[in-house]
Design a protein around this ligand. Structure first.
Ligand SMILES: *Cc1c(COP(=O)(O)O)cnc(C)c1O
Length: 309
């Protein structure tokens, strides 16, 4: 038997007709970039994340980049991020000429350890960027307390955590802004690259909307030097269909995780500990295990997909 690490076909087949119809509508309308399909999805996404605004952009990476640009992050600034994350988190900081300052993670949750943040704050610290790794929220209330007292903004890298909750509050709604990725392997995946920024701040949202089209509000008037971070209508149409099923899919993943937890109990493998108050969406189910290479070989021999994180 072959077990794939991720089988997107299994998710696609039951909603194939609905998705193809949504794509067809965009083809017929020929409004291909931004426009009504994107606006419709943005409204539903904002409601889902419990934020006032959602701004559809071209990828999760561009969501991070655009957010940092909207806060004016640049040379001379420092941005605190966890040392264990996907490359984009710190990469976007460095790309703007700012300095990523790494804070170690809590080895249980794999998320930034709030107790280690304070020591890394300097007068140059402009942003703290916690990552909700593998679908579990970082300890936002502690991070917000540290940041709020100093006027530092908190941008959540929620690329792996759409719909994850901490004390009932969804990812993206607990920081100043949250960044989402709809890369196909994320819990909500587009049919290509896509991302979004969610926030309650009107001015920040407006600036992100301008930055995603080269800082331009209307033809030939450019308020800032921005980027080309536009979301394609076909991606928004696919995402709007999938968003309806997302909570159901989260629940199915959580049930699978519970089965794994049970099966792994009493073995040397350490299942992912979920902190109290957290609702994980298990973007990945990541275990720690002694003798990793031996385990990898066994999985390969039996045709079971895996990845090292
Ligand atoms: C996927 C991911 C990103 C980047 O998203 P893309 O859509 O691939 O650009 C950023 N941060 C984290 C933690 C991610 O997992």
């Amino acid at each position: 038997m072959n077990v794939k690490l991720l089988d997107l076909t299994a998710q696609y087949l039951p909603i194939r007709n609905e998705i193809r119809r949504a794509i067809d509508e965009v083809c017929d309308a020929q409004a291909l970039i931004l426009g009504p399909a994107v606006e419709r999805f943005e409204k539903k996404l904002a409601a889902y994340c419990n934020t006032k605004h959602a701004i559809g952009v071209s990828s999760g990476t561009d969501a991070l980049l655009c957010s940092l640009m909207a806060l004016g992050v640049g040379p001379g600034d420092e941005v605190i991020c966890p040392s264990f994350t996907f490359f984009a988190t710190a990469g976007c900081v460095a790309r703007l000429g700012a300095k990523p300052v790494f804070v170690d993670i809590d080895p249980r949750s794999f998320n930034i350890d709030p107790a280690k943040i304070e020591a890394k704050i300097t007068p140059k610290t402009k942003v703290i960027m916690p990552v909700h790794l593998f679908g579990q929220c970082a300890r936002m209330e502690e991070i917000n307390a540290i940041a709020g007292a100093r006027g530092i903004k908190v941008i959540e890298d929620a690329a792996q955590a759409i719909g994850a909750k901490r004390n009932g509050k969804p990812a993206c709604s607990t920081g100043f802004a949250g960044c989402l990725s709809f890369y196909p392997t994320k819990n909500l995946g587009a049919f290509g690259d896509a991302g979004a920024i969610c926030t309650n701040d009107d001015e920040f949202a407006e600036n992100c909307r301008l930055l995603r089209v080269h800082g331009s509000g209307h033809a030939y008037h450019h308020k800032f030097i921005g980027g080309m971070f536009r979301l394609a209508a076909i991606q928004a149409a696919v995402l709007e269909v999938k968003l309806k099923y997302l909570d159901e899919w989260h629940e199915a993943r959580r049930q699978n995780a519970a089965v794994y937890n049970e099966l792994l109990a009493g073995t040397k493998a350490v299942p992912p500990p979920i902190e109290e108050g957290n609702y994980s969406i298990y973007n990945q189910y990541v275990i720690r295990v002694p003798g990793r290479d031996r385990v990898k070989q066994r999985l390969t021999d039996r045709g079971v997909g895996y990845a090292v994180y």
